[in-house]
Design a protein around this ligand. Structure first.
Ligand code: PMP
Length: 286
């Protein structure tokens, strides 16, 4: 992979930050990840909107504008030589030359990198569906500031993952402050019931893949509601799937000890998965 830092393109192994960077010390950072498929970015503008929106709300300043960031990301991909890549852009608070604790004094840092694309779910998992456990852990900040700021805070999600492993599952879903289903480590969730979709609305990252599912559903005429999803509802669903940039649409066929419906990947999930990958060849979606 290739990284961009301090105005230079570097091999990944040389891309390093200071331990004094507030991004590292306080998770005072925002980032976004976008993927490149067969040489083309997928929904780059939506990822840039979310990234630049986060930077503005965190009151960070970048010496690069949207066009320059786009060209840096494209150069990272081109220099990496990968046709399909996972590209990350990061802005951290940085640190102050005088070690001041006033965040206004810090010099914000931008970095980016492109590494080979590897889906978080392998083919076997995509064919049989994931086994997910519901953890009692509650997803808290950065929602309290603004859920649309994509931040590295994952202590709750990592705790959820360990709970899931203890229950013999592959990954986790954690709860919102009202005890409803929120999201998982790096993904949003959807349930299908009687042909309609529902996804949690509150206290979750507004995922770009989640948004893409809304767009796909609008095209095929499926109804989607963004509203609370209870633990009972997810277990009684006809189909369940999770969504992320790094994995696309990934079916879930088992929650805790129980199968979802007959335990096979459902027809609406399959249809959306196919449609999602078809859109990668459509320049209008790049
Ligand atoms: N929720 C969380 C907490 C995430 O970290 C991510 C992806 N990094 C998502 C949801 C999915 O978002 P997207 O579809 O934009 O990748």
């Amino acid at each position: 992979g290739v990284a961009f830092m301090d105005g230079q393109y570097l091999p990944m192994s040389e891309a390093k930050i200071s331990v004094l960077d507030w991004g590292f010390l306080h998770s005072d950072a925002t980032y976004d990840t976008v993927h490149v498929w067969n040489g083309r970015f997928f929904r780059l503008n939506l990822h840039l909107d979310r990234f630049l929106g986060g930077i503005e709300r965190l009151r960070m300043n970048l010496p690069y504008d949207r066009e320059e960031i786009t060209s840096i990301l494209k150069s990272c991909v081109a220099l990496s030589g990968h046709k399909s890549a996972y590209v990350e852009m990061i802005c951290t608070r940085g640190s102050s030359p005088t070690f001041s604790r006033d965040p206004r004094q810090a010099e914000n840092r931008f970095m980016a990198f492109a590494v080979p694309f590897g889906s978080v779910a392998n083919n076997e998992q995509l064919e049989r569906g994931l086994h997910v456990a519901i953890s009692e852990t509650v997803r808290i900040p950065p929602k309290s500031i603004d859920p649309s700021i994509k931040n590295y805070h994952w202590l709750d999600l990592v705790k959820g993952l360990f709970d899931a492993y203890d229950m013999g599952a592959e990954t986790a879903l954690i709860l919102d402050t009202d005890g409803h289903i929120a999201e998982g480590p790096g993904f949003n969730v959807f349930i299908v019931r009687d042909g309609s979709l529902t996804t949690p609305a509150f206290g979750v990252l507004p995922g770009i893949t989640r948004r893409t599912v809304f767009d796909l559903c609008a095209e095929i005429g499926l109804s989607v509601a963004a509203t609370d999803v209870s633990r009972a509802e997810i277990k009684q669903a006809d189909e369940v799937f999770v969504t992320s940039t790094a994995g696309g649409i990934m079916p879930v066929t088992r929650i805790d000890e129980a199968k979802i419906a007959n335990g096979k990947v459902g027809p609406i999930t399959s249809r959306l998965m196919n449609f999602y990958w078809q859109k990668h060849d459509d320049p209008a979606w790049s």
